[in-house]
Design a protein around this ligand. Structure first.
Ligand code: ADP
Ligand code: ZN
Ligand code: ZN
Length: 757
């Protein structure tokens, strides 16, 4: 007997192996260990064959297959669909779908190791240090500037507010990371009686199915009730278009409760890990321990456990479970999925950018829902052009919520004309006088402010005022961003980092200046313009760890800080009650981005961040700084006019034949040798033109034409939406394979991105 085995590698096909004579045929989805190129791999059986006709000796599997499948038939079906549609291999999908330990060749797991990795160490101040005097004495006794002192000070900082009778337990990993000292230092401090170490099983989301409390569900408003009924009645995917704070989440909660009650599973997808915290709390309050959270911030052991729990539900009568997660949770082994919610469906983070599978979890969720016979709801306050088009053309059902919940009204949005302000000299640093006054007034009333700027760092480029030279990354064609907090220059593409030079590398002038506006500079400007303000910054740099993210959000929620400056991270889903002013620092940089989706992204980001302003009895105000206040997209944001926005965009998409009127495939070629790359590009161009004619554009370098020392050329292919896409993709696959096979192009990377974000 033979099996075809899928491996978590880039291989075009499943590989053939033979089974020992005594083995019974394993079901599809069963794990088996196989040898390949001198190594052992854990693979997944996708097919069993009685006979094969091949002209090579088939190797035997190593050891017996597991008894039960690890991957369900529906999963295999979805993997196949993803691989075909997004032009990758099933092995690549498998790699993304399975937690590492389910891919390791070590099939019989070591349970002790498993238990260990599930436990977490915490550090608390030693119980003997139980008074302020003792703490002060301990601090006095320590040598200044030692690692031990740094560790203690970091602990005290993280343990704020400190109670000596019950000193907070801080995760060891977090303490070590924040203090930058080694485990040895911690161990020696423990010996000296400074700290007590506690080992705990990591908080798990185990269900105790026996005693479940009935959910406490809020009464829906008449509007919500109508939307809820409409969603239930729909017999196709639903687009729930509801303005910010219209109560979409409450409707999701109702839908989930009904799904679980009928003993089916529910999946709640979010576009980003950062958003899971707030929603988890809301869902846990209702569903208790029936919810499991799944994303890459959990350890592999924890993810493997969630995976196995869900798989085990296959055999159990009680399947009711709720999974909350980001895109990869769509690939979990659901056996009885009744509902998928795709929250903030317009977010481009649903699309995996790198590596393959480059799938869009929103669109894949629609396919998965069909496979499971599950209901699917895509929700947004600013639906993507694609989804709204699908709703208007009847592919999706459209359900609308046009009012905020309760007495809350939509915020008033105004533009601030920066050209005029500049002429009248009413700009200080990055703030117009009006915005600055509004901030002062708002914080003066004890209310809070959110300021949005879509660039992190201090300034996005550094330029010599004498010769115009800008500092670029050594490995990428992109300017370096200046970060003031560590006075370094860094590349946001490859992570390269260098010290800020004191003179211009080209003309030796010392007149080099950081230019443009990043979140760090706004924070900095505020500190001298409004020294009283308590400012925090929320962007990729400030949230290097999960706890940092939570600390910043908690600080804002509690009112400890009153101004939050941030990138798009602050636009989404976050719900604060006391924010009455939102400022968009520079709308122009959003709108001027060179991409056919720039208008859509701008509208969504501005509307979403505007949605953070104002709640129940506190009307909000949004101020947008721009030098083009008459820009149609800005007018549409100001007027809360999604419909007009959609109509103008859809006309443009139709005129220039962009999605949703065609399917885009972006093909990128990468190579370290520019000449070779151009040659390969020209060769591919000939092949592509034969088939696609005028519907292929390129080769052209992307806006950043070199990353990590590799030059890049792109083709943009527009496919008709006529069902022939599959055969075109087959053609592309072959063309890429031929190109890769040519010796002279060795090292060439070819990437296909279907429906690029
Ligand atoms: P959205 O998801 O559309 O942004 P939410 O569901 O977060 O809106 O609702 C906005 C606010 O209104 C939240 O604070 C929520 O608790 C409250 N809310 C919404 N619906 C109800 C309801 N039916 N009963 C009580 N509070 C509600
Ligand atoms: Zn110079
Ligand atoms: Zn770089």
């Amino acid at each position: 007997m033979f099996v075809k085995v899928l491996l978590p590698l880039y291989l075009q096909e499943a590989l053939l192996y033979s089974l020992p004579a005594t083995t019974t045929a394993p079901a599809a989805g069963t794990r088996v260990v196989v040898p390949l190129r001198g190594k052992l791999y854990s693979g997944i059986v996708v097919e069993t064959l009685e006979k094969v006709e091949v002209d090579y000796t088939v190797r035997e599997v190593a050891g017996a297959p597991e008894e039960k499948p690890t991957v369900t038939a529906l999963q295999l079906k979805l993997w196949r669909w993803i691989a075909r549609y997004y032009m990758c291999t099933e092995g690549e999908v498998m790699k993304a779908a399975l937690p590492a330990r389910l891919k390791s060749e070590n099939i019989t797991e070591n349970t002790r190791e498993n238990a260990r990795s599930l436990s977490v160490s915490f550090v608390a101040l030693h119980p003997d240090i139980d008074s302020d005097e003792k703490l002060a004495a301990t601090l006095d006794s320590m040598k200044r500037g030692t690692k031990g002192e740094r560790l203690l000070l970091t602990y005290l900082e993280l343990a704020e507010p400190l109670s000596l009778s019950a000193p907070p337990e801080i995760p060891e990993a977090e303490l070590l990371k924040q203090s930058g000292v080694s485990t040895q230092v911690l161990k020696s401090c423990e010996k000296k009686g400074l700290f007590a170490l506690v080992r705990k099983r990591a908080e798990r989301t185990r269900e105790s199915s026996a005693e479940r409390l009935p959910e406490r569900l809020p009464e829906l408003s008449p509007h919500q009730q109508k939307a809820f009924e409409a969603i239930k009645a729909a017999d196709k995917p639903v687009l729930l278009y509801g303005v910010t704070s219209s109560g979409k989440t409450e409707i999701y909660i109702r839908l989930i409760a009904e799904t679980l009650r009928t003993n089916r599973q529910a999946l709640y997808l979010l576009p980003e890990i950062a958003l899971t915290t707030q929603i988890t709390e809301r869902l846990r309050a209702v569903f208790g321990d029936r919810i499991a959270v799944y994303h890459s911030n959990f350890s592999d052991a924890e993810r493997a456990e969630t995976y196995s729990d869900l798989l085990a539900a296959n055999d159990k009568a009680d399947k009711a479970q709720l999974i909350l997660g980001v895109r990869s949770s769509l690939l979990l082994p659901f056996s009885n999925l009744g509902l998928i919610i795709v929250d903030e469906e317009h977010e481009n983070t649903y699309k995996q950018f790198d590596p393959a599978p480059r799938y869009n979890a929103r669109d894949t969720a629609v396919v998965a829902a069909r496979m499971h016979g599950a209901k699917i709801v895509l929700g947004s306050a600013t639906p993507s052009i694609e989804s709204y088009h699908n709703a208007l053309t009847g592919k999706y059902a459209l359900v609308r919520l046009t009012e905020r919940y309760g007495s809350a009204v939509l915020p008033e949005i105004r533009t601030l004309d920066m050209r005029r302000a500049r002429r009248k000299k009413k700009i200080t640093a990055s703030f117009s006088e009006t915005l600055l006054n509004a901030i002062t007034e708002t914080t003066g009333k004890g209310e809070q402010v959110i300021l949005f700027q879509n660039r992190r760092g201090y300034s996005p480029y550094v330029q010599c005022d004498d010769c115009g030279f800008t500092l670029k990354c050594e490995c990428c064609d992109v300017s370096l961003t200046y970060h003031k907090f560590n006075s370094s220059l860094s590349c946001h593409y490859c992570g390269y980092s260098a010290a800020q030079p004191s003179e211009c590398p080209q003309c030796r002038s010392t007149n080099i200046k950081a230019k443009g506006l990043g979140t760090e500079k706004i924070e900095d400007d505020l500190s001298f313009l409004l020294p009283e303000a308590r400012v925090e910054r929320l962007d990729l740099d400030s949230v290097s760890s999960r706890s940092a993210y939570e600390r910043i959000l908690n600080g804002f929620e509690s009112g400890a800080t009153n101004i939050l400056v941030g990138t798009q991270m602050i636009c989404k889903g976050l719900d604060f009650g006391n924010v009455s002013l939102v400022g968009v620092m520079n709308a122009d940089s959003l709108l001027n981005f060179p991409d056919f989706r720039a208008c859509e992204r701008s509208f969504q980001l501005m509307s979403q961040v505007a949605g953070r302003a104002g709640r129940a009895n506190k009307p909000g105000m949004v101020l947008i700084q721009t030098s083009m206040p008459e820009n149609p997209v800005i007018r549409q944001v100001v007027n809360h006019d999604y419909e007009t926005f959609f109509e103008t965009q859809i006309v443009e998409r139709l005129t220039f034949n962009y999605p949703p009127f065609c399917r885009l495939i972006l093909v990128s070629l990468k190579h370290s040798n520019r000449e070779l790359l151009q040659e390969a590009g020209a060769a591919l161009k000939i092949a592509l033109t034969k088939v696609f004619g005028a519907n292929v554009a390129g080769p052209e370098p992307p806006p950043v034409g070199r990353v990590q020392n590799k030059y890049i050329l792109c083709f943009r292919i527009k496919l008709k939406k006529d069902g022939a896409a599959d055969s075109y993709k087959d053609f592309l696959r072959d063309a890429f394979a031929r190109l890769r096979k040519e010796k002279k192009y060795s090292g060439l990377i070819v990437i296909a991105d279907v429906d690029p974000a």
